[in-house]
Design a protein around this ligand. Sequence first.
Ligand code: AHR
Length: 496
Amino acid sequence: MEKYLINPNERKSVINKDLYGHFSEHLGRCIYGGIYVGEDSNIPNVNGMRNDVVKALKEMGIPVLRWPGGCFADEYHWKDGIGKKSDRKKMINTHWGGVVEDNSFGTHEYFELCRQLGCDAYVNGNVGSGTVREMSEWVEYMTFDGVSPMAELRAKNGSKTPWNLKYFGVGNESWGCGGNMDPEHYGNLYKNYNVYVRDYKPDEHIIRIACGPNVGDYHWTKKVMDKVKYSTDAISLHYYTLPRDNWNNKGSATVFDRNEYISTICKAYRMDELINNHLAMMESVVPGTRVKLVVDEWGTWYDVEPGTNPGFLYQQSTMRDAIVAALTLNIFNKHSDRLLMCNIAQTVNVLQSVILTDGKKMVKTPTYYVFKLFKEHQNNTLLGSYITSDKIASKNDGGREFPQLIESASIDEHGVIYSTIANTSDVKKAKIKCQLADSRIKSIKAEIITGDSHDLNDFGKKEKVCIKEFSGFRKLSDGFTAELPACSVIRFTIER
Ligand code: AHR
C-alpha cells in the first residue's frame, strides 16, 4: 500500500490557468480545416470558426492560445493577413508541406477566435525574417487605442477598438528554424526588437517571452539570460517526447510494444529535470525569481499517420498520450511557482492534439479528457503533497527510472481539494492510502480515464476513452484508500 499525504495547511503557489495553454500554428490542418473553415463552409461555423471545435475547447477549459507559430512565425508577415480576403497575398508554407497559405486567417480572425473561446492571446513575432519596424507596427496595430497609422488601419479593417494582447513572443526557436542563430546574436537581437514592443496601454504590460532553449541546451539558456537579463518576463523551453529519440524513425502513434510505451513515459518525465535545471541556470545568471519559465511547446511527436502529408504532422493519440499529458500537467502544477505558461503542441490535427477532425467529423482524443479532468486546478492554490511509489525502469533508456505514481493536489477558493494521480504503469494497479492533515472528510467524488495503453477514439466509432465515474475507493475519516487501475488518470474531489 502506497502512502499519500496531502497537507491543506501547506499553501504553495497559485497554479496559473495558463499552464493549461494550447498552441495553434499554420501547420497542416490545425488552423485551416481544424479550427477555421471560412464563413461559406457547410461545416457549421460562426465567422468561419467551427462551432463543434470551439464548443469542445471551451468545455475543456482553454485559457490561452499561442499563434501563429512555431516555425511559421518567423516567416509570417502579418500585413499579408489583413484587409479584404480576396486581396490577401498567397504564399508557400515552406516549413510545413509546401502548401499554399492564402492568409485568410490573420490577426482579426485570431482575435475573433480568442473572443469565441474566451481565452487570452499569445502572439509570436517574427525575428528570423521580419524587421524591427514590422514587429513594432504589429504590436501597435493590435493594441494602440489612439491616433496612429496602425490604429487607423485596424479601424479601416473593421476593428475600431484594440484587442488585449497578454503575451508576446520575440522570435521562435531562433536557435533553429527561427534563424539558426547563436545565443549571443539572438540575445542582442531580442534587446533590439524588444525596445519597440511598446506597452501602449498604460495599465497593461505585454508579457515578453524571449526564445529559450531546446531540450537540455543549458548553454543557450545561460548565454541568452546573460544578454536579456530583466528585459524579459520569461524565456521559453521547448521539449517534445520522441519515443525513440530519433527524428528519422520516431515510432508510430498507435503501434508500439511495452518497452516503447515505458520509454515514452520515461522520456516525458524528463520534463521535471529540464524545468529544474533550466531554472537553476537562469537563477545563476539573473538572481531571484522575476524572470519566469514558459514551456510553450511540449507533447509527444511520432511518425505521421501512414498516407498523410509528412509536412502536416498529423498523428493519432492513445491512452499512452493521456498518461504523458497527466504526468506533465502534474509536473507543471508542482512547478507553478516559477512557470508562467505552458502550451501543448498542437490544438487540432497536429502532434499531441486534443481534437482531431475529418471534414465535418470531430473526435476528442484521450489527451482532451485529461485537460478536461485537470481543468479544476486552474487558478487554484497548489498544496503540499507527497506520494510513495514504486519505480519503473526503462530498458530502452539504459535503465533510467521514473515513478509509477505521479500526483499533485490543489485547493479552490471554497476549500474544495482536487487531487490528480497518474498511474503510469500499463500493467500494474496501485493501492494507495491517502491522509489529509488536520482534516475530517465530508465527501469524496472521483473520476477516471483509463484503458489499455493503445486505446484511442476514432472517427465513426463509439468513443472508447472518456471520463467516467470512479468508485474504486473507500472514504476514511481523514482520507481515503483506493485501488488505481493500470494506465489510469484519476481526479479525487474532496470536501472537508
Ligand atoms: O510544433 C511543430 C514545430 O515544432 C514548431 O513549428 C516548432 O517551433 C517546433 O520545432
